[in-house]
Design a protein around this ligand. Structure first.
Ligand code: ADP
Length: 566
């Protein structure tokens, strides 16, 4: 029955602990995931903003060209050849492009003209009249821009690809070039080049966009417009953070536009990441604390259940032990008394002997009963104390004298060392007697071979001590903290041979507390033990003052004065 209950209790404990640990592990895992996904979500948001910036820049380039694709291009060829101008509908569109401050100039190169040949005549847009005017003075990079479209168009035309009637190519960030295609003849009519104002594009378009979306006072993401071909930062939202490639978390390109440039972003430990981290730490702490509390409660319940069981077991053992102990002297007394009463023993010497047996056993019985009563009194808190000032240097030798015969009978020697000044304490002398008797009793019991027992009274720093030292079996370290508990006995071969109930020290402990002192022990296995009773020194004046103070602090009986008397 006991065994089954024990197995159930242990199984429940293990299952409980496992359940708590599994729950904790799942929670920790979820918390980690939550933190990571929150941080990732925050970073994704920043990347989306960066993409938005790039889209805005692309839009500001393309916007003036909207509707360009649906223009009727066929008349261009004739108009240019006949009148040297674009047809009106094309002129209107080009006017809009010219209005965009991103472009610094607009040029038209007929298909049969090569701008790479110095002195070639092409057309430049007059920004006042919006008419094309022939010129030989044009930017050098026109050669590259037109060349790009021409090459691309040639490849596409050879493959008979009629998908488009214009083809747009960017010469890096320098120009935007549109090739006009004659779909019927599968040939190029000419090239429209808009040169890009680089400073304006960077300072007035991209930089403000970056600042608007990534205000450095609100975010700790750092954004760079990076010219990777030349490894130069062209714009950033935070000048104080130097560009470091290993910090870059994400890059966003401008598509076919500005192929030498891209936008890069780095996430420094920003406030929200810090916040997520702090929330995470807080959650972990709360979780850890709750788990500890839960485990603590579980172990406490388990421990107290075990404890209760062992107390019950000890009490059962104690009862059996006591009954046995009580029966032994009673049996001796009964047998001796019977022999005398029956008249079987008649010789005076024998009668005296039997009488002595009865007397000794009755003393033993009395001692046992006294001890049980002491335990019961201390259990119910009804131990009475009659404290009087006592000099330990006088009291202790008196007790020793009463015990000397017991000590000597076992072959031990007892030495007493007194103090050179009185060791005055306020105690119940009967209690000191009980405690010292118990200590001497133990010193004798747990010293199997005749050896020396020393008792020393000391008065030091207003504390008075009674040290009782033996050279007996000592107490194993692991047991020391338990020996003052009721019914506790060290369970080893040597102690097992000695009779006892595990009550003596628990009585000493409660009596010491009652007498305002405490008991200490120092012991080494197989070498011996020293038990020390520590009392505060009794100083008459101080005591009187304390008493007076206590009396003053006591609330004085209050009464109401009849109002009529005032
Ligand atoms: P009891 O001696 O009746 O068993 P106590 O309460 O007096 O009970 O002591 C509790 C336990 O402490 C003892 O069982 C013994 O194991 C240990 N003990 C007490 N005094 C000594 C001592 N002087 N030397 C060694 N062990 C001791």
């Amino acid at each position: 029955m006991w065994e089954t209950k024990r197995i159930i209790r242990w199984t429940l404990l293990i299952v409980g602990v496992l359940a708590i640990l599994t729950l904790t592990a799942t929670n920790v895992y979820t918390l980690y995931n939550l933190r990571d996904s929150l941080i990732q979500g925050e970073q994704k948001k920043q990347i989306a903003l960066l993409e938005e910036v790039v889209l805005n820049v692309r839009r500001s380039i393309y916007q003036p060209y909207s509707g360009f694709n649906s223009l009727e291009l066929e008349p261009i060829e004739g108009s240019i050849q006949d009148e040297g101008q674009f047809p009106d509908q094309v002129r209107e569109k080009i006017k809009e492009v010219a209005k965009s401050p991103i472009f610094s100039g607009i040029y038209y190169t007929p298909a049969d003209t090569d701008p790479c040949v110095n002195g070639s005549t092409i057309y430049a847009l007059n920004y006042e009249s919006f008419y094309l005017e022939p010129t030989t003075n044009y930017p050098q990079n026109l050669c590259d821009g037109v060349g790009l479209v021409r090459t691309k168009a040639r490849i596409e035309l050879n493959n008979f690809d009629y998908r488009w009637n214009t083809n747009t190519e960017f010469d890096a960030h320098r120009s935007m070039n549109i090739g006009f295609i004659n779909l019927h003849e599968n040939s190029v009519i000419g090239y429209l080049t808009a040169t890009i104002d680089r400073e304006y594009l960077i300072d007035q378009v991209i930089a403000p966009q970056i600042q608007q979306y990534f205000d450095s006072s609100k975010t700790s993401s750092v954004v760079w417009l990076h010219d990777w071909a030349n490894n130069v930062v062209l714009a950033t939202n935070n000048d104080s953070v130097p560009f470091q490639i290993d910090q870059v978390e994400e890059r966003v390109d401008f598509g076919r536009m500005f192929e030498n440039w891209n936008m890069k972003i780095a996430f420094l430990n920003n406030a929200s990441v810090g916040l997520y981290q702090a929330t995470f730490t807080k959650n972990m702490l709360v979780l850890g604390f709750s788990v500890l509390l839960l485990l603590g409660a579980l172990f406490y319940i388990f421990y107290t259940a075990q404890k209760e069981r062992s107390v019950l077991q000890q009490q059962a053992d104690f009862l059996a032990n006591v009954t046995h102990e009580l029966k032994t002297p009673l049996a001796v007394m009964q047998a001796a008394g019977e022999n005398i009463a029956d008249g079987r023993v008649t010789q005076p010497k024998r009668i005296k002997e039997y009488g002595s047996h009865i007397y000794q056993e009755s003393i033993r019985l009395n001692k046992m009963i006294e001890m049980l009563l002491d335990v019961a009194r201390s259990d119910y808190g009804t131990t009475l104390i009659h404290a009087t000032p006592q000099d330990l240097d006088t009291l202790v030798p008196e007790v020793i004298e009463s015990q000397r015969s017991v000590i000597n009978r076992k072959g031990h020697r007892l030495q007493y060392f007194g103090t050179n000044k009185p060791a005055m304490v306020l105690v119940d002398p009967e209690h000191v007697k009980v405690m010292l008797t118990n200590l001497i009793d133990n010193a004798v019991k747990y010293s199997p071979n005749p050896s020396e027992i020393t008792i020393r009274v000391e008065n030091k720093d207003h504390q008075c001590y009674v040290h009782c030292t033996d050279q007996g079996i000592g107490i194993p370290r692991a047991h020391i903290k338990h020996i003052f508990k009721k019914f506790y006995r060290v369970e080893d071969a040597l102690s097992a041979k000695t009779k006892g109930h595990g009550l003596g020290l628990s009585i000493i402990k409660s009596l010491m507390e009652l007498n305002q002192g405490h008991v200490k022990v120092k012991s080494e296995w197989a070498k011996g033990s020293t038990f020390t009773l520590c009392f505060p020194e009794y100083i008459a004046d101080k005591y009187e003052k304390q008493l007076e103070q206590q009396m003053d602090e006591r609330p004085s009986p209050s009464y109401l004065e009849p109002e009529s008397m005032s």
